[in-house]
Design a protein around this ligand. Structure first.
Ligand SMILES: Nc1nc2c(c(=O)[nH]1)N[C@H]1C(S)=C(S)[C@@H](COP(=O)(O)OP(=O)(O)OC[C@H]3O[C@@H](n4cnc5c(=O)[nH]c(N)nc54)[C@H](O)[C@@H]3O)O[C@H]1N2
Ligand SMILES: Nc1nc2c(c(=O)[nH]1)N[C@H]1C(S)=C(S)[C@@H](COP(=O)(O)OP(=O)(O)OC[C@H]3O[C@@H](n4cnc5c(=O)[nH]c(N)nc54)[C@H](O)[C@@H]3O)O[C@H]1N2
Ligand SMILES: [Mo]
Length: 681
């Protein structure tokens, strides 16, 4: 029996610390880790389901290849590696290394991920991806304005008197945040939720404002106008720390709440009350979510929201914060790598060619000189999770060869010629940061690999040998097999931070070196001007948008599409899955066994649709048939289908989304999607 401290490496705000008891090679207990002040209650149900997930009989634990008659059959590692090496050599010799696409995504956080890129570097390059499906529009909007992405420690929200959850649903997506929000409420704080849907978070709030999707910027800018007109701003703070106030003022002074009410379809009295609250209740924390910035106007929207903190001086103090992403624990540059949103640096000229994650299918099909011939997928499920599933599928199917490194038979794995079994979080040591809590954490190896599973580092090492590279040459890029080699690598990386000892990390989470508990408390901003840039020349130079935050209408609604399709399909995250992970486990499936679409009952009446009916959701890009749930929790004109369902379970919302980048940061505008819904006769 042994007990280990570890941390959840899923792409999730909370990044919970927990203690795991292992007996006879199996996980038998999971408990909260008290040293993490941000996650005192311990893991969620998904974390608890690691019991099942680690040892699931459905896990892929040896290499398999696709049978010509359909389905997969078990093969040996020797056969798998020999086949893959043969194909790699063939494509490289005949078409060049850029005929191979190396696709990685957010399935597992950690420093060790960087070795995957190094393998492809050694190989002579590959086509890689740029952008990120998740949060880059917001990250970039904040970087342009404040210089960097950081926020107060999670427990500081307790000090806020006004909390605006703006397009965020922490009761499902950041459940630990609710602990501190509820403490704030107990101290008398007011909580406002702005979301086209009624959510588990809004059930626990004082006010719910339900705008038309994509209209948050107009709301924020009109409120900014109202604050300025009534002199409800902190002029001293603005004069001292802000660049571009006069220009900003000019653009919002004539923008009325009536105009915003009309465009967002929110009662004007609600906007007036919100403006009054923002102008009078201090300190205020706005917690914008990531969902709300997955629009073609997402980056500018985040800049418009942030302007409300800036005008009221709600930055750099206890309880006063713009709580989007806290990258203070990303002290090793490479921890950021899997989430990095710029096209990869090309210092050595090897990667040269990149395709957009947001437009994956279209970009894959578009490549010439050389055309893409092969894909290698790891830590991602692009068929289900990237925009435009049918186009992604077509692009995958036009390739000659597909390798997917996976734990389970996902929609992407099902497309593979060869699936290599992927490690889980307990089978390789790594170090992770968090984009919400301020800790650096160790995630030690505590289980032997299931079946014949090998971590990616080892897969690449063996593949390199198979390709004929000499051991000495390989070691310049990759560690030798064995977790001790990984630990040596991590200890080496830790040397840059004497405050972070290995021994302390083994015990539990460690505060990031240089942490500012109250972000920007010194009121220093690493923007070009050194001030908070309401007016950002970089915004124009880098992304071609206006230097001031602006509000623009959504693109999908401007196209011909609008005549045929009138329902805006939202695809938020949901409590018991992380994107496309966990839903296949029986512990999770018991809560939601089948996919369903949620629709406003009055939209349903117009279409002769009744509760529980099978409906066809469709647009020009795809269709699916699923049951419908009717209620009034979602705005009229909107429907919701949470992302992460598998095609093989009945559908994914990305059947309908178009590959479109956000206005900045190369994100994906998932929610800018119109569909129609009809009853299946
Ligand atoms: N349980 C769970 N937790 C997770 C994840 C998960 O899959 N499951 N995923 C993690 C990851 S990677 C991410 S990115 C985060 C995301 O978590 P959040 O930041 O909470 O983002 P979403 O769930 O995408 O969207 C939040 C809300 O935005 C609303 N919304 C959509 N469009 C608009 C709009 O135009 N305006 C406004 N005001 N609101 C809008 C949606 O209805 C939704 O309720 O969660 C992380 N945590
Ligand atoms: N319509 C719509 N689509 C969305 C979103 C939305 O709001 N709406 N949200 C987007 C967002 S915010 C995100 S972050 C993305 C997430 O999309 P992805 O980054 O593709 O993440 P997951 O769906 O979690 O899939 C990760 C896969 O990695 C596998 N995996 C886990 N650990 C390892 C490992 O160590 N090695 C290997 N090789 N594999 C491993 C898991 O089994 C899982 O199948 O989805 C995006 N897609
Ligand atoms: Mo995400």
């Amino acid at each position: 029996m042994s007990i280990h401290s570890t941390a959840c490496p899923r792409n999730c705000y909370s990044t919970c610390s927990f203690k795991v008891r292992v007996e006879n090679g199996r996980i038998v207990n999971i408990e909260p880790h008290p040293a993490n002040k941000a996650t005192p209650a311990g893991v969620c149900i998904k974390g608890l389901s690691y019991f099942e997930r680690a040892h699931s009989p459905e896990r892929i634990v040896h290499p398999v290849k696709k049978r010509s008659a359909g389905g997969f059959e078990k093969i040996t590692w020797n056969e798998a590696l020999a086949t893959i090496a043969d194909r790699l050599n063939h494509f490289k010799k005949n078409f060049g290394p850029h005929s191979i696409l190396f696709y990685e995504s957010s399935g597992m956080a950690g420093l060790v991920n960087e070795f995957s890129g190094r393998f492809w570097q050694m190989f002579g390059g590959a086509t890689t991806t740029y952008g990120n499906l998740c949060w880059p529009a917001g990250l970039e909007g904040i970087r342009l304005t404040l210089g960097e992405n950081k926020h107060n420690v999670p427990w500081d929200i307790e000090n806020a008197r006004l909390i605006v959850l703006w397009g965020k649903n922490p009761a499902e997506t950041n459940i630990q945040q609710m602990i501190f929000i509820e403490k704030a409420q107990a101290n008398g704080a007011k909580v406002v939720v702005i979301d086209p849907r009624r959510t588990q978070s809004s059930e626990r709030a004082d006010v719910l404002i339900q705008p038309r999707p994509g209209t948050d910027a107009i709301i924020a800018l009109a409120i900014a106008g109202e604050l300025i007109r009534n002199n409800w701003i902190d002029l001293e703070f603005v004069n001292r720390h802000v660049l571009g106030f006069d220009e900003f003022k000019k653009t919002v002074l004539d923008l009325t709440l009536d105009e915003a009410a009309r465009r967002s379809d929110v009662p004007v009295a609600m906007l007036a009350q919100l403006a009054h609250d923002i102008g009078h209740i201090k300190p205020m924390t706005i917690a914008p979510g990531y969902g709300m910035q997955r629009y073609t106007n997402g980056g500018q929207t985040i800049r418009a929201l942030l302007a409300l903190n800036v005008l009221t001086g709600n930055i750099g103090e206890r309880g006063a914060c713009f709580h989007f992403a806290n990258l203070q624990s990303y002290v090793f540059d490479d921890v950021k790598e899997p989430l990095c949103y710029y096209p990869p640096k090309d210092s050595n000229g090897i990667f040269r060619r990149t395709v957009s994650k947001a437009k994956l299918g279209e970009d894959m099909l578009r490549q010439r000189d050389p055309e893409l011939k092969m894909i290698w997928v790891e830590r991602g499920n692009p068929v289900a999770q990237n925009p435009d599933t049918n186009l992604t599928l077509r692009a995958m199917r036009e390739l000659d060869f597909r390798v997917v490194v996976e734990q389970f038979m996902t929609d992407t794995a099902a497309e593979a010629d060869i699936i290599l079994p992927a490690k889980n979080m307990f089978e390789q040591t790594d170090i992770i940061g968090s984009y919400w809590n301020p800790y650096v954490q160790l995630k030690p190896k505590i289980l032997e690999s299931a079946g014949e599973v090998k971590p990616e580092t080892e897969i690449y090492y063996l593949l390199a040998l198979e390709l004929g590279y000499a051991r000495q040459q390989i070691l310049e890029y990759l560690p030798e097999p064995g977790d001790d080699k990984i630990q040596t690598f991590l200890k080496e990386r830790l040397k840059a931070f004497p405050q972070l000892s290995w021994e302390a990390l083994v015990e539990g989470p460690q505060l990031a070196p240089g942490l500012q508990e109250i972000a920007f408390e010194n009121l220093e901003f690493s923007t070009p001007s050194g001030k908070i840039e309401l007016y950002s020349m970089q915004a124009k130079e880098l992304w071609g948008v206006a230097p001031l935050p602006t509000s623009t209408e959504l693109i999908e609604g401007e196209e011909k599409h609008k005549e045929k399709y009138t329902i805006n399909l939202l695809s938020p995250n949901t409590k018991n899955r992380i994107h496309s992970q966990f839903g296949n486990l029986s512990m999770i499936r018991q809560f939601e066994p089948h996919p369903y679409v949620v629709m406003n009952a009055s939209d349903a009446i117009d279409r002769n649709i009744g509760e529980g009916n099978a409906v066809r959701v469709y647009n020009d890009r795809g269709e699916m048939k699923v049951p419908v749930k009717l209620n009034f929790s979602i705005r009229k004109g909107c429907a919701s289908f949470s992302n992460g369902w598998w095609l093989s379970e009945g559908g994914t919302p990305n059947l309908f989304s178009k590959g479109r980048e956000t206005d900045m940061g190369h994100g994906a505008a998932f929610h800018d999607t119109l569909v129609e819904i009809e009853r299946v006769k």
